[in-house]
Design a protein around this ligand. Sequence first.
Ligand code: MG
Length: 158
Amino acid sequence: MRNTISFDLDDTLIGCDGPVEPLGMLGKILKAERLRLGTRNLFRELRSQSFSVGIYTSSYRPHSQIKNTFRCHGLKLDRIVSGPENEVAIRGTRLSKRPSAFGFEVHVDDAPIGSESDYQSTVIVIEKNDPEWDKGVLMKLQSLTEQVPEFADADRVS
Ligand SMILES: [Mg+2]
């Protein structure tokens, strides 16, 4: 795995109706959006595992707004993809998103990205109201990395 992961925003990290991350005065003044509780720890854990972490939303929020929201929570993003770029990437496909077009190997979303799959990337679907969603993402990533040695072994045998 190249360790590149993207997260959807709406109903995945934002607007999930459950508990949210604390936000300081600056974040309130800058009107940062509230992030789902668990986002900070998950992103930090992913960083410690050398993941490149990005946002991939089909919404039309300006990149600067997305960047600010995460900065107000003490989080840096490696890449942001939003509506305009997504429109180009999915043209001619039946996908709602195409993470591989932007180098994301794994994408986390509240919905599958289409009836056809983007076979070059893995989509982890999480429930909007799952309080253990962050642990679910880490477990799924763990099982994906464990699959890699199996493929390597198969290559050696043949
Ligand atoms: Mg969504």
